[in-house]
Design a protein around this ligand. Sequence first.
Ligand code: PHE
Length: 507
Amino acid sequence: MSSLDKIIDELSINEKKVLLALDKLSGSASPKTIMDTGDFHKQVEVMNAASWLQSKKLVKVEETIQTVFELGKEGKIYMKKGLPEKRAIKHIVEKGGQCSIGDLSEVLEKFEIPIAIGWLKQHDWATITKVDGNRILTATDIGVDVVDKQTVPEKTLEFLHNHPKSDIDIEENKSLLSRKHMIKEKEIVQGTISLTDYGKKIIDKGFSIDEEITQITTKIIKEKEFEKKKIRPYDIHAFAPETFGGKPHPLISLVSKIRQIFLEMGFTEIEGDFVESCFWNMDVLFIPQDHPAREMQDTLYCKTPNKIQLSDSSLIKKVGNIHLDGGETSSEGWGYEFSKDEAERSLLRTHTTVNTIRYLYEHPKPPAKIFSLGQVFRNEHIDSTHLPMFHQIEGIVHDEYATFQQLIGFLSEFYQRIGFEKLRFRPGYFPYTEPSMEVDVFFNGKWMELGGSGIFRPEVTEPLGIKSPVLAWGLGLERLAMLIFDLKDIRELYQSDFSWLRNQPLL
Ligand code: PHE
């Protein structure tokens, strides 16, 4: 089917009717004229069809602002009664060409008399003379002549009475326009619909207007109407207004997607509290108590409760020994006296690794594949790449035979499933893992650092009674989101910009 045929095939009856009407009206007309010519019932039918035709580039709909006129308050009255000066000159002529001003009250109201006299003089229809102290009006030849004629102002009033909102000749109607409340001026938007060259081609090609099925109903199917009538094909490329239904916030969708991926990879989700002790957030992870990251600039400590009491004194002792001299391990430890007071300080968790380690404490036996997705808090200045609260994607694989290669494998698999092919693994450092590894992804021509990983050190696992390797990672969610949603600024994720939210595709 040629493209012209296809377009014709997809025309609705009203669209065809508009095209044919335009053809009759030599290519261009107002919606009202098209309505009358094309046998439509309502102007909206024309406008609807025209906007479809416009989206198919067959017509052009243009709007111009037009000044139009209609009768004002007084205009309506004098249209019926006649203008005061006209009624006055008629009376003068009927009286034999002359009458006194007082006589005018037989045909005019009191307030109309000065108006009438003013215009009689102005038009030179009558002259005024004083006879015996009486003012006498005498009709001129022009005045006599005008009695049986329709003057320009009278014609205009009648025209606007019959055709409100029309254009009139301003020059010709100067005097009428100068009179108060006779004529009102208005601005209206006037649409013009015109055929494009493409539209003309469609008309030249020719089409017929047959009744057709535009919407399938049960009746049409039951009574097999489709066998008698043509079904109008859908134009799936036709313009349609966008609708924005409710949907989850993009970040929530991303969290769901990540959760789904880990579940599919055989992991189980765990959760934990936001408020934790230094002990679980750091000490158990072999982060020394004088580690710079514990200073106020990084960790948000809690005022209430400012302490969280630790119950497992044997574990505290073991961890204390590890920090002092490596305890039962071959490590030398950090070489300082461990403080229980420091360990009991309360804080907002700085990483979800605290969940992981608590889980391992409660479930020291392998195998386990665990993940968590949750907020962490850091005393950071907000800028385009940092937030004081963000999410981490955390996980461990605890298995007798787990290897470092598998750690790379799990992380590659995860990032591939989320849509990133090009990854880079670099050596890293964390006090609780050895070896440690950083993960970067390549996106839009740049490497982006997404998180840390490694195998927990014996200093971490030994006090918990864990003997098998534990592969662990903690990845940034918001950084990943920036790549996926193509954002330059991490803050945009939390700014609730409506247009951004609406236009974000579903993940
Ligand atoms: N906890 C680390 C962070 O917050 C990430 C990490 C988790 C590193 C587990 C190694 C192992 O950046």
